[in-house]
Write a new protein. Structure first.
Length: 231
């Protein structure tokens, strides 16, 4: 009996060996290609938010309003139809989203510089903003992905809800004006608190409009704007 048990145990590897080799015969993981493409879309959308925003250069380099201003200038009449189409696609997606969420709200569409802009106004949509605009940022990314799905092109669309971004822009412009006045008086650079890419973009533009230069320093999430004295 001992010999039979040993022979059966020894023979087991021989019968299982072909099965162990079979998993290697699955080299085609085609869905991974689709997942890679989707991830690339997310990455590109986030780099714009990079606003969003995405409107900033790579985080490893100082960013300024000069690059974003040049982008705005490059958007000509030939891009107007494309941007308006992005706005229409985004509006359709958001309208369906509001219906599913059982929320009331109207949609305003516009073109600002080199990007489409869509705003959800009216009704009680505060829950779509979230703490510090976190829900708004997520909804903006979903909307950009909806546009990408229809056009196959990366979108830099900006979404606002209940005037949240507009109000924040006003506060940031006021903050930038105060920082500019302080730097002009002291002649020393001034570092501001950490901000999102959208917030830094607004401050860069406001500082440039006031006649000074600025740059971003640090790494996310502590990346911030530094207002520089005139040379």
């Amino acid at each position: 009996m001992t010999d039979q048990t040993t022979s059966e145990t020894d023979g087991a590897p021989d019968t299982e060996a072909p099965q162990a080799a079979e998993p290697t015969a699955e080299p085609t993981i085609e869905p991974a290609g689709d997942a890679t493409d989707t991830t690339g879309t997310n990455d590109s959308a986030e780099s714009d938010s990079s606003e969003p925003d995405s409107s900033e250069p790579d985080s490893s380099e100082p960013d300024s309003s000069d690059s974003s201003e040049s982008d705005d200038e490059e958007a000509g009449d030939g891009d107007l139809d494309r941007l308006e189409n992005e706005g229409d696609i985004a509006a359709d997606y958001l309208e369906e989203f509001l219906d599913i969420a059982d929320l009331d709200g109207d949609l305003d569409m516009d073109v600002e510089g080199d990007r489409a802009a869509v705003s959800i106004v009216g009704g009680d949509v505060r829950q779509l903003v979230g703490r510090n605009g976190e829900v708004l940022e997520a909804l903006q990314e979903l909307t950009r992905l909806a546009v990408y799905r229809e056009t196959g092109e990366r979108s830099r669309l900006m979404l606002d809800v209940g005037g949240f971004r507009a109000d924040k822009r006003t506060r940031l412009e006021r903050l930038a004006a105060e920082a500019v006045a302080e730097v002009k008086e002291s002649g020393e650079r001034k570092a501001l608190d950490a901000m999102t890419p959208f917030e830094r973009k607004v401050v860069h533009d406001a500082v440039a409009a006031a006649g000074l230069a600025s740059e971003s320093e640090g790494e996310e999430p502590k990346r911030h704007v530094v207002v520089l004295p005139s040379r």
